[in-house]
Design a protein around this ligand. Structure first.
Ligand code: SAM
Length: 222
C-alpha cells in the first residue's frame, strides 16, 4: 500500500495538480461534505450507476480522483464495494480520517497498476469531476486505463464541466487549470476506447455554479 507521505512511484498524473489540491484540501472537504444533499439529479444518476453495477456483476468500484472521500462514502452507502484513489496526499489523509472504514489509496488514476489493480478487477469506475484537469491529449490514455481495470460489462461514470456548444475549452478552475468538454466528444473518445454508452445527463448550473454539468454512463464491451 502506498503511504500518504510519498508521491506516486510512477511518472503519471500532474504533480502541480496534487500540489494545488493539497493547498486547498481542508476547505474543499468542508465545502464538499454535504454538497450532494442539494443535488437530486446527481444523486439519481449515482443511484442508477449503483443499480447497474449491482444488477450486473457486483465487484469493487474505484472512485478515481476521490478528493476528501465523500463521494466514495456515498457510493458505499448505495451498497457498492467502493474505494478511493487520489493524487493529493492531503486529500487522502482527510478521506482516511473522515471515513476510517473505507479504503483510500494515493496514486494516479492513469497508473492503477502501481496500486496493484489487475486487468478486469473492477465492476465499476467513477471519475467525478476528476478527469477535468487532465490535458485533452492525455484523455485517451486515461480511458484506456479505465478499460484495462474494468471487467467486461463493467460500468464507467464520468462527471465533468460541459462545453455548452463550444469545443474542448481550458478554463480558470478555482483550484488549477481544467477543461470543459462537449459531451459528444468525450463519448466519442470513450467509444474509441471500447466503451458503449448507456446514457448521458446534462444538468444546468445552480446559482453558485458557473457551467453546465455533463455526465456519461458507459459500459466496457463484453
Ligand atoms: C474537483 S476534485 C473532485 C473530488 C471528488 N471526486 C468530488 O467529487 O468531490 C478533483 C480531484 O481529482 C484529483 N486528481 C486529479 N488528477 C488526478 C489523477 N491523475 N489521479 C488521481 N487523482 C487525480 C485531484 O487531486 C482532486 O482531489
Amino acid at each position: 500500500m502506498t503511504e500518504t507521505s510519498s508521491t506516486p512511484s510512477t511518472p503519471s498524473g500532474n504533480p502541480s495538480t496534487a500540489d494545488a489540491y493539497d493547498a486547498v484540501a481542508e476547505l474543499y472537504a468542508e465545502l464538499a461534505r454535504d454538497d450532494l444533499d442539494g443535488l437530486p439529479l446527481d444523486r439519481a444518476l449515482l443511484a442508477a450507476f449503483a443499480e447497474h453495477v449491482l444488477g450486473t456483476a457486483p465487484g469493487p468500484v474505484a472512485e478515481l480522483g476521490c478528493g476528501p472521500g465523500q463521494l466514495t462514502a456515498h457510493l458505499r452507502g448505495l451498497g457498492l464495494d467502493a474505494f478511493g484513489v487520489d493524487l493529493s496526499p492531503a486529500m487522502i489523509d482527510l478521506a482516511r480520517a473522515a471515513y476510517p472504514d473505507l479504503r483510500f489509496e494515493l496514486g494516479s488514476m492513469d497508473a492503477l497498476d502501481a496500486l496493484g489493480v489487475a486487468d478486469g478487477a473492477l465492476a465499476g469506475v467513477v471519475g467525478w469531476y476528476s478527469v477535468i484537469h487532465t490535458p485533452p491529449s492525455e484523455i485517451p490514455a486515461y480511458l484506456a486505463e479505465f478499460g484495462r481495470v474494468l471487467a467486461p460489462g463493467g460500468y464507467l461514470l464520468l462527471a465533468f464541466f460541459e462545453a455548452e456548444g463550444g469545443p474542448v475549452t481550458e478554463f480558470d478552475h478555482k483550484v488549477t487549470t481544467a477543461y470543459r468538454w462537449p459531451v459528444g466528444e468525450l463519448a466519442r473518445l470513450a467509444a474509441a476506447a471500447g466503451f458503449t454508452e448507456t446514457g448521458r445527463m446534462l444538468r444546468e448550473p445552480r446559482e453558485s455554479e458557473r457551467f453546465r454539468r455533463g455526465h456519461l454512463l458507459m459500459r466496457k464491451g463484453e
